[in-house]
Every structure is written in C-alpha cells, then in structure tokens.
Design a protein around this ligand. Structure first.
Ligand code: HEM
Length: 177
C-alpha cells in the first residue's frame, strides 16, 4: 500500500486524537515512532493492514467508525490539498464518484508498484448506483467511509449501504424517486 494512505491516517490521528495515540499506534504496529510516511513509498501490505487494526484498538473504536473518520478526512481535508486537480470542474457527488476509477488509475500511473483499487458502475434506477470495488485488499468498509465523505464534501444526502465484500449501493437521496 502506498504511504500516502498511512500519512493521511497519521495526520488525522495526530490532529483529532493527539500525538500520544499516534505514538502508541506506531509502536504497536511495529514502526519506529519517529517514522514519517512518504506518499510514494511502499508500506508492506501486512504492516499497512496491521496499522489499520491497531488504530481501532488504540482508539477503542470499531472498524466502521475508523473507516468513516478516515473517509471524511481524506475526501474533505487531505486529498483536496494534494490532489486538488481532481476536484476542479466537478460540482456533485455523482460525477465525482463516477470519476473514481479513472482518478485511481491516473493518480498512481507514475508511481512504481502502485496497485490502486478499481471501480465498476451499474445503475439500479435513476438515483441508485451500484459501485463494485475491485481490490485484493478487501477494504470495503474504508470504501463506504470514503463515499460518505464524498456526500459530505458536496453537501448532499447519500444513503450508502455495503451489499457484499465488493458491492456498495449508493442512493442519491436529493434526486426525487
Ligand atoms: C481525489 C480523490 C481520491 C484520490 C486522488 C485517491 C487516490 C488513492 C491512492 C493514490 C491510493 C493508494 C493506492 C495504492 O496503494 O496503490 C488510494 C487508495 C484507496 N482508495 Fe482512493 N482516492 C480518492 C478517493 C477515493 C474514494 C472516493 C474512494 C471510494 C469510492 C476511494 C477508495 C480507495 C480505497 C478503498 C483505497 C485503499 C486501497 C485498496 O483498497 O486497494 N478513494 N486512493
């Protein structure tokens, strides 16, 4: 996993839960407490996954709560600063989500060893989108949190439901049924 995800998580924990919590997470996850994650570095998959689990333990929150906090922070605070280009010319959650497959390909194209998640899209009706998340990492809960974060960013009401380990239903509630 690319260090950018860990760097965002570390910034979120430091800012919202304090540096002591972050130090405890780093120690428990087997990282030096002085380590700073670089965006393009490769964090071994087992260590990255371990850090997500440890974060829940140290902060005493569920995976769902951690995923929602991460998703909200990534989409609303972290990504706009470093990936501002993908926010330009998009003014609604639907268009933003429909771009996500392309954004993951483009944002990692020049980064060696990147293995970004991919997305497929199918419409159930005019306001109901099924997003299929394709990644061997199985981080569907994080995905759900990120999609909720997109709703918040655009000030729209989205109903986001995990249907399986790959499929997520997104209802754009502001569009009349
Ligand atoms: C401007 C917005 C976004 C950018 C630039 C972006 C970019 C990235 C990058 C660079 C990675 C690391 C990939 C790697 O390690 O190879 C990543 C991971 C991930 N992204 Fe995004 N992302 C954005 C928004 C989203 C949204 C809205 C979703 C949900 C629909 C999402 C879902 C994920 C997931 C679940 C991962 C974890 C890796 C995995 O599951 O394989 N991202 N993203």
């Amino acid at each position: 996993m690319k260090g950018v995800i860990m760097a965002c998580l570390a910034q979120l924990v430091n800012e919202k839960f304090g540096e002591d919590s972050m130090e405890a997470i780093m120690k428990k996850s087997g990282f030096d407490t002085s380590k700073r994650f670089m965006a393009t570095e490769d964090v071994p998959e087992d260590k990255a996954m371990g850090m997500l689990e440890t974060t829940c333990e140290v902060l005493d929150i569920s995976l769902e709560q951690a995923a929602d906090a991460f998703g909200e922070y990534w989409v609303n605070e972290y990504a706009p600063k470093i990936y501002g280009i993908y926010y330009k010319n998009v003014d609604n959650a639907m268009d933003f989500l429909l771009m996500m497959d392309e954004v993951h390909v483009k944002s990692t194209r020049n980064i060696e060893n990147a293995r970004p998640p991919r997305f497929e899209y199918a419409w159930q009706d005019d306001r109901t989108l099924i997003m299929t998340y394709k990644s061997p990492r199985g981080l569907i809960d994080i995905c759900v949190g990120l999609i909720k974060g997109v709703g918040k960013y655009f000030g729209e009401e989205l109903e986001v439901t995990k249907l399986s380990s790959e499929d997520i239903k997104v209802v754009f509630k502001d569009i009349p049924a």
